[in-house]
Ligand binder design. Structure first.
Ligand SMILES: Nc1ncnc2c1ncn2[C@@H]1O[C@H](COP(=O)(O)OP(=O)(O)OP(=O)(O)O)[C@@H](O)[C@H]1O
Ligand SMILES: [Mg+2]
Length: 241
């Protein structure tokens, strides 16, 4: 039987609001597995902690408890809940991809440069990376007149396409997707579905959140349902005065 690329056990995350003396739980007791060549979909109501799980894996958030065991290209295991910053940077550079809900990009770089960057970082020649970036931008229906322009002023849908192209260009081993098609039209959504299917066929493992349940049906091999964490806010012990 195939071994999981990612195995999450008892993951939880709370945020401590010091000024209000409160703990806000964002996900609790999450259990899931992701396999090469398969897509695991995370579903659940708003606030259930779906985005928080992806951020804990990519370590945008430091988890409060549980294990996030990642099997790397050399078959060695790393607990991403405990890994050093250096190890995380290395994994982000070579193995992990994250298409976040919103594009956070550096100003003054053109859309082509923003998309090509992950390939350049991995050692691909700049002109070849730019060529691949233009192919992806064309595939995702980004108008050619925008390719040389920084995406800061793009519309929501245009930014999302740039974000997707950037996330898909380097073929990570594990790809995290947070509502990648939420602001796309049906024709572009279909192209994204085809693209994700072909990436899956190449063996990439994916953990994804989709805005439309229909996409879960089309793409998911496994579905994990998150429940909102119990107790909206737990009061801490009153501070000694
Ligand atoms: N940085 C943060 N500081 C404080 N609370 C946070 C933070 N990030 C997330 N939370 C809280 O954690 C809970 C889960 O948030 P999360 O964004 O993971 O939900 P979600 O399932 O992705 O929801 P949606 O479907 O609306 O995107 C929410 O109640 C949110 O307020
Ligand atoms: Mg979310």
């Amino acid at each position: 039987m195939q071994e999981a690329i990612l195995k999450i056990d008892g993951l939880s995350k709370q945020f401590q609001l010091h000024d209000q003396n409160k703990l806000i739980p964002s996900c609790a007791q999450v259990q899931l597995e992701v396999f090469a060549g398969e897509l695991t979909a995370l579903v659940g109501p708003t606030g259930a902690g779906k985005s928080s799980v992806l951020k804990a894996i990519y370590r945008t958030y430091l988890p409060s408890g549980g294990r996030i065991v990642y099997r790397d290209a050399n078959d060695s295991l790393t607990d991403l809940a405990q890994a050093s910053e250096h190890r995380m940077l290395e994994l982000r550079k070579h193995e992990l991809g994250f298409v976040t809900q919103f594009l956070h990009c550096l100003p003054r770089k053109s859309a082509v440069e923003v998309v090509a960057e992950p390939l350049v970082t991995r050692g691909t020649r700049r002109d070849l990376a730019a060529e691949r970036a233009r192919e992806l931008l064309a595939l995702l229906n980004v108008p050619e007149r925008l390719w040389g322009v920084p995406p800061a002023t793009f519309s929501g849908g245009e930014k999302q396409r740039v974000n997707l192209a950037r996330g898909l260009i380097a073929r990570p081993r594990l790809l995290l997707l947070d509502e990648p098609t939420a602001s796309l039209d049906p024709a572009t959504t279909d192209r994204v579905v085809e693209l994700l299917q072909s990436i899956k066929a190449e063996g990439v493992a994916m953990l994804a959140i989709f805005h439309h349940p229909e996409l879960v049906e089309r793409l998911a091999d496994r579905v994990v349902k998150l429940k909102p964490p119990v107790a909206a806010a737990t009061l801490l012990e009153p501070l000694a005065s």
